[in-house]
Design a protein around this ligand. Sequence first.
Ligand code: PBG
Length: 323
Amino acid sequence: MPFPTTRLRRLRRTSSIRQMLRETRLAPADMIQPLFVRHGGGPSDEIASMPGQHHHGIDGLVETAVAAYAAGVPAVLLFGLPARKDEAGSEAYDPEGIVQLAVRAIKAEQPELTVITDVCLCQYTSHGHCGVLRDGVVENDISLELLADTAVSHANAGADMVAPSDMMDGRVGAIRASLDNEGRTDTAIMAYSAKFASAFYGPFRDAAHSAPSEGDRRAYQMDPANGNEAIREALLDIDEGADVVMVKPAMPYLDVLRRLRSETLVPLAAYQVSGEYAMLEAAAARGLVDRRAAALEALTGIRRAGADLVITYYAAEAAAWLS
Ligand code: PBG
């Protein structure tokens, strides 16, 4: 029955009614805080391209992770800045590498905090690509072994979950097999399944010093125009053993999240990436949007599209806003 019998405004009248009928909820437990860790001590340094985010030494990292956990954020996602880069990205799978040291330090202080590690070579290779480079081409199959070694070393350090972000074919299967071989059957895999070759990673590449020195990532990350292919990527990752699949970035790809929600039953994560964060921060700094309202609206939209988990630089702050 249309107007005047039906009036949708009836259920928007009071804050209490709106709260009762809210379809999507955003809670601290839905959010994952990405954190950057570097060698050396001293105070954390703010990342110029990502206001409010920092490069932490291990002590600062542990303190920040513990504070996020206290605010209600159940998990952190770690990115490391190595002491040295080389052709083979060897610090990525060094048992004494920065991420491995960081995982041990967090687990010693706050064992209940879920620690997820980004598994990729780009921060560790001298050329900045996500795999091994041969004659200017990122070699898929050779890279798998190094990625699997990286995942195993993170698991051995105590990571609860590993998150491969390299976009090599077959990496989820290779990582699952290596983890199982090492007795790490309980280590979960959160696959960056639909990771697009996006302009929105710009600030992160500054933050992680991981821009490719030559070329770009379009021969392994996905074409932003492709939705069907994103579903294929996710289905293959699920077949290979992914426990959680991720769409990245979030805001320009909400349709992909929605499709994955209806076409699969796995838990879904979405990554609100550095460029999404930096855009909101820049607009808020100029007084063009209300910072807190805009951030919460963006995060709610990502949940509404179908994400169970949202990886966001706002996690700890948003958790405080929500409590
Ligand atoms: C590494 C990686 C990237 C991001 C997460 N893991 C950068 C890239 O692929 O260039 C981006 C995160 C962000 O922008 O917040 N492969």
